[in-house]
Design a protein around this ligand. Sequence first.
Ligand code: TYD
Length: 207
Amino acid sequence: MRGKFITIEGTDGSGKSTQIGLLMDYLNKKGVDVLFTREPGGTPIGEKIREIILDVNNREMAPETEALLYAASRSQHVREKIIPAVEEGKIVICDRFLDSSLAYQGAARRMGMETIMEMNRAALGGVMPDLTVFFDLSPEKGILRKKNERALDRLEQEKIDFHKRVYDGYKQLCLKYPERIKAIDADRSVEEVHLEVREVIDGLLGL
Ligand code: TYD
């Protein structure tokens, strides 16, 4: 039986990583055959591409190059890991996928969501998530959460506008794909958010 492909999305500081950890514990305890992966990365080739993309020394990287590198990492990931796992019946949980490109490169870098969708068509090879969980937290609140961890530097302050555009991009995607994307209000306690994540995942997996 075919498995499921679930992607997890959110802006910085939305609690995405904490919630993924709790979800993995929950699914493992339930005995679900789950595979966790992430983007950019997920494969040896993808991890090398990730290093190039996230290397702070690569200041001259053009937005188009960046978008294509994310798509290249995705192309390898889909073929080497996601499709085979789903065909084996696994539940694949992926930390960021296509919607990150649409929100970050399309909306925040202002390349346009349609352009990014076009760039990703070959990478996707027809694969789309069965479900996307979006942790919905305003960028102002996300930044405040991070601020509690450590002081924001000047660049991070400047990035607030960028993160607002990322957030607006995600909100547009929620309106465009209401069947696929489930937005979860992340401005609540860790436990409350986790319980809603469980409900959504239980619904999809029939748990
Ligand atoms: P990472 O350290 O994994 O961040 P996070 O914990 O927030 O997921 O770095 C991934 C960064 O890459 C993150 O800032 C979002 C960005 N990104 C894009 O801009 N486009 C994409 O397609 C993907 C997958 C990620």
